[in-house]
Design a protein around this ligand. Structure first.
Ligand code: SUO
Ligand code: CP
Length: 316
């Protein structure tokens, strides 16, 4: 594995989950591996979990991690090729990525979508420019289209929790929000669950269908109550419209999930940050159905498994 920007194969994903679970048992198992290596965590958007968990993961492997909030502390970046830079952008991605590539052994990038330019967002233009111009392995810390480190931690959390031999019923449920949010988390969640051979049902209001490349093979159920009634895991997340890109079509009914709609033993998941009592009710977040703290904790070991795999490939 050179770059980690999406789900690749079932066997790679399973290997990463196993490795993450092993690092959770023994975080310092490979504490010397990265001792002469440096990772740059480059943020174009805010973060709590991704930023801190990836720093801890790097430290557990003996690496130095430097965080750079490039959107606030760097020069304004130009991503277009061949333009005359006579407006407010002071530095081109060609120089920025190439210089950062010369400073670091691995680069990790967070670049949210515009939610206005669908083509650019779906092509993950920013992350691909970092790959092209840095010439270093790149890890996605959430791109326009996907959030693979989150999904790896989510798959690990499901694996740790589900002890039955039968397959769990997994539901991805749209939830209300006040803003237009990206599709990266639900896209990746669908990509990873289906890629690992799980059964997935997606419930969302009309107009909020996700891109089919991610959801092919999932059952779509517009009636949320029906979809969640017998679910073992309900992954709750808001996203804006994909087809009417970045818009917020009017929603009928109350999509805020209630504890009584779920069966006993069902688990609730969310990537965080969550808006309490808008996206998810206190009774669910604070109750025993919540896997949310486990998911957040597992972000460390998901990142550690990914960095371990990239470093192991660099050396061979
Ligand atoms: N990294 C996890 C989620 C990040 C982002 N959420 C947000 O922007 C929430 C913002 C707010 O609630 O104002 C998303 O949905 O992709
Ligand atoms: N879940 C997640 O990626 O959280 P942050 O946006 O805080 O990093």
């Amino acid at each position: 594995m050179q770059n980690f920007i999406k789900f690749e194969t079932q066997s790679t994903a399973e290997k990463l989950i196993q490795s993450a679970l092993q690092f959770k048992e023994k975080p310092f198992l490979q504490k010397e591996l990265g001792k002469e290596l440096r990772i740059g965590l480059i943020f174009l958007n805010p973060s709590l979990r991704t930023r801190v968990s990836t720093q801890i993961a790097a430290k557990n492997l003996g690496m130095e991690a430097i965080v750079f909030n490039i959107d606030k502390e760097g020069w304004a970046l130009e991503f277009e090729e061949g333009v005359i830079m006579n407006e407010n952008k002071a530095e081109h991605i060609k120089e920025a990525a190439s210089v950062l590539g010369s400073y670091f052994d691995i680069l990790a990038i967070r670049a949210f979508p515009t939610l206005t330019d669908k083509k650019q967002d779906m092509a993950d233009k920013v992350i691909h420019q970092f790959i092209k111009y840095s010439q270093k392995p790149v890890v996605s810390l959430e791109s326009s289209s996907r959030h693979p480190l989150q999904s790896l931690a989510d798959m690990m959390s499901i694996k740790e929790t589900w002890k039955n031999v039968s397959k769990p019923k997994i539901v991805l449920s749209w939830a209300p929000h006040v803003k237009a949010l990206p599709h990266a988390v639900p896209n990746s969640f669908a990509e990873w669950t289906l890629g690992l051979g799980h059964d997935l049902t997606i419930t969302q209001p009309q107009g909020y269908e996700l891109e089919e490349q991610f959801t092919k093979g999932a059952e779509i159920e517009y009636d949320q109550e029906k979809a969640v009634a017998d679910a073992d895991f309900v992954y709750v997340k808001n996203w804006s419209s994909y087809h009417d890109y970045g818009k917020l079509p009017k929603v009928e009914g109350d999509w805020l999930l209630k504890d009584h709609q779920l069966k006993k033993g069902a688990k609730i998941m969310h990537c965080l940050p969550v808006r309490r009592n808008l996206e998810l009710a206190d009774e669910l977040l604070d109750g025993n159905k919540s896997l949310v703290p486990l998911q957040a904790e597992n972000r460390i070991y998901a990142a550690q498994a990914v960095l371990f795999e990239i470093i192991s490939n660099m050396e061979s």
